[in-house]
Write a protein that binds this ligand. Structure first.
Ligand code: FES
Length: 140
């Protein structure tokens, strides 16, 4: 984060190749599937949580809308002890809250993983994939 500020890269997208060259902090993420299987993932600052789950696990996270915050098939639960930190460094938008409100299994610690960008402060992030996800595009 400091390197990014020093180099004036604050406004570049998190996954720019320039930023990756100067960033070396690995962010550990543990994902638990509905069958209680746990997988440890390695991410970097700026990585999208949904994308690293899809890339590094075989968990059925559909992400039907491709990260547009429209379908909720990337819904995850954030460890309640980490929720305040995650929401502080990666705030939940009103749009995301609207989508989460329509999840049948939404909880206070729900987030759309496609809307969570990993930050250095999110070390040892613990997330759970709900047993049910529903694609809202087909729910009417
Ligand atoms: S991928 Fe559709 S809401 Fe996240």
């Amino acid at each position: 984060m400091l390197t990014r500020r020093i180099l004036g890269l604050k406004d570049l997208p998190g996954r720019s190749s320039i930023y990756r060259m100067v960033s070396s902090t690995t962010i550990k993420v543990t994902v638990t599937n509905s069958d209680k299987r746990r997988v440890s993932l390695d991410g970097e600052e700026g990585d999208n949580l949904m994308e690293i789950i899809k890339q590094q696990t075989d968990f059925p996270l559909e992400a039907c809308c491709g990260g547009m915050a429209k379908c909720s098939t990337c819904h995850v639960y954030i460890d309640p002890k980490q929720l305040a930190l995650v929401n502080e460094v990666c705030p939940c938008s009103e749009f995301e809250l609207d989508v989460l409100d329509r999840c049948i299994d939404g909880e206070a610690n729900s987030r759309l993983s496609c809307q969570v960008e990993l930050k250095e402060d999110m070390q040892e992030l613990d997330v759970v994939i709900p047993s049910t996800v529903k694609d809202l595009r087909f729910s009417r």
